[in-house]
Design a protein around this ligand. Sequence first.
Ligand SMILES: [Zn+2]
Ligand SMILES: [Zn+2]
Length: 224
Amino acid sequence: MICLYCHRKVKEEADIITMFKPAEPLCRECRRKLSVWREGRRCGFCHRLMEESWQVCPDCSFLSENYRRPGKIMCMMDYSGEVKMLFHRYKFTKDAALMEVISMFLKCSFGEYDMSIPIPVSPARMEERGYNQTSMVLGAAKVPYRDVLVTDKAGRQSELGKSARMNGPNPFDFKADFDSGTLSGKQILVVDDIYTTGITVHQALERLYTENPAAVDVLTFSKA
Ligand SMILES: [Zn+2]
Ligand SMILES: [Zn+2]
């Protein structure tokens, strides 16, 4: 068996535990490296690493002044070190097999939600990359999802200032074939790949909240 991440041969580990576990194409060393979280105090809501002098998380306080919050934000991996490499390879070198690797880190009770909704990618990105990196991971994990949103956001928004992004129009909208009422009273899970400042996700949520869901939580594969 070859590790999907480092492409080295995975040693068969013949202990009593692995005998009963299904074979996973990720070696122990890669699993360890991808499970590392940077040391330090974190924001209890968005999981951002906090600087010592901070009483509150600046991202969360900014967002809560301007947007309605999700119920909670769940995060699977710390976007640094090897995890950064993983996402870089996955998103920019078109190594789509890595979606399997990311999907191995998805620990979430998807069954508690009526619907999982991935953050969409713009048509330009879709053309360039050929896939929605978030949906592909959900697919690899066999999690059903619904694409209800579209975006014209060309990416690289993180380079714009916060106010420029907030004052512009919401880059998310419902798909043309979306049936209004579908989300009403539902438990929704919004899924994104990398949570940085959180503006993108909150803009998507703002759109979803117009349809009166019962609750919206966020799952992000990694936190920058
Ligand atoms: Zn490996
Ligand atoms: Zn925070």
